[in-house]
Design a protein around this ligand. Structure first.
Ligand code: AMP
Length: 397
């Protein structure tokens, strides 16, 4: 019995899957569930099981009601937890601070530590914790495991994690680089050595997680040594709606000259910037359609995106010294062959030779560099739920 219930609890939504990590990625989850509009009068539940869809609209005042109704809906349709035995529940938690460097079996003490970390992720951690509390109450016999978005990056050396700001202030307020998307970066960096036919300990790699949120990491011998996201997920690469790296002085300028409040600047940089802020849309399919139609703003947005991406690839090549593999993943990384080609164009002097035909092929994990390319370039689909399920199971069996 190795089924894992993976829960991703947001402030007004609950996403979950039941999957068996031992069955492999191809088998897919047995149940996929989404509870939306929690806290509103008309909440909505959608479940998928064996190709069928099950829906329910009801008042869902809180996460407890949401999960209860979802589990009941599963039960009445014959695929409830009385039929599917669960070995563990894996919970996605955004911020583990410097406390959690890997998956953690949840007990009261661990939950208390997670509560103490709320100031580091005030929008996300409370919802993650609410999900854990509800699930522990409903499934008290099953072990619960928290998997942190930041965990993988706790191995970064101090020089990569430290911001050059006043040490006393930084220490007092826990200001440092934590990194995010760690579950995806760890999952991908564990898949790549098998594709290379080498032990993970011998592989130096760059992982490019390019979705609506985007981040890059440098991984040496299975351990992260650097990443582009920072104290928050705002830093690093240009993203769908987030600016990525900017001069912190921009914040003071907007405050003083535009009279914007901290919350307004937060919204501007997190939700109204990035590719969307530059040209009006954040889906890369729209971006390319507008570029082809001669839209100058879309063209500039794309160039800024690629410029910043190459900036990080270059930095990580130097940090790693020798790079065995560069891997693209997430929505843009897995689907957008223009981005992949432009990110690594004209880097033959650095041992990177993309095969244009291979780059156009769609599908699962695949090589897109030439056979002779010293640096291998891959596309590997990310699967954060499978990664969380693997981590959860690894702690309980
Ligand atoms: P994610 O956050 O990983 O779900 O990625 C979502 C993003 O992937 C979307 O906003 C799109 O920009 C991008 N995306 C999804 N499908 C495609 C596609 N076929 N071609 C280009 N970009 C895509």
């Amino acid at each position: 019995m190795s089924n894992v219930l993976v829960l991703n609890s947001g402030s007004s939504s609950l996403k979950f899957q039941i999957l068996d990590p031992k069955a492999g990625a191809e088998v897919g989850p047995q149940v996929v569930g989404l509870v939306e509009q929690i806290g509103e009068t008309k909440g909505h539940i959608v479940l998928k099981h064996e190709g069928e869809k099950y829906e329910l609209t009801a008042e869902i005042p809180d996460h407890t009601v949401g999960l209860t109704l979802a589990l009941e809906l599963m039960e009445t349709n014959g695929f409830g937890l009385s039929n599917i035995e669960i070995a563990a529940v894996g919970h996605r938690v955004v911020h583990g601070g410097t406390v959690f460097s890997g998956p953690q079996l949840v007990d009261d003490a661990a939950l208390e530590k997670m509560r103490e970390l709320i100031p580091l992720a005030p929008l996300h951690n409370p919802a993650n914790i609410a999900g854990i509390e509800v699930a522990r109450e409903m499934l008290p016999e099953v072990p619960h495991v928290a998997v942190f978005d930041t965990g993988f990056f706790q191995s970064m050396p101090a020089e990569a994690a430290t911001y050059a700001i006043n040490k006393d202030v930084a220490d007092k307020y826990s200001v440092r680089r934590y990194g995010f998307h760690g579950t995806s970066h760890e999952f991908i960096s564990q898949e790549v050595p098998a594709l290379l036919g080498k032990p993970a300990a011998e592989v130096n790699q760059i992982v490019l997680h390019l979705g609506n949120g985007a981040s890059a990491s440098a991984v040496r011998g299975g351990k992260a040594i650097d990443t582009s996201m920072g104290m928050t997920p705002l830093a690093g690469l240009v993203m769908g709606t987030r600016s990525g790296d900017i001069d912190a002085g921009v914040v003071f300028h907007l405050s003083r000259q535009a009279g914007m409040s901290v919350d307004e600047i937060d919204t501007l940089l997190n939700h109204k910037s990035g590719v969307k802020g530059l040209c009006g849309f954040n889906d890369f399919r729209d971006l390319h359609a507008h570029r082809e139609a001669g839209d100058a703003a879309a063209e500039l947005a794309y160039r800024v995106y690629i410029h910043q991406l190459r900036h990080y690839i270059g930095a990580y090549m130097i940090e790693l010294g020798r790079v065995d593999a560069i891997t693209f993943t997430a929505g843009v990384g897995e689907n957008d062959d223009y981005v992949r080609a432009d990110a690594l164009a004209e880097l033959e002097n650095f041992g990177i030779f993309i095969d244009p035909e291979r780059n156009k092929v769609r599908g699962g994990a695949r090589l897109i560099s030439t056979d002779e390319s010293p640096v291998k370039v891959f596309v590997v689909p990310t699967n954060e739920e499978l990664a969380i399920a693997r981590f959860a199971l690894s702690l309980v069996v």
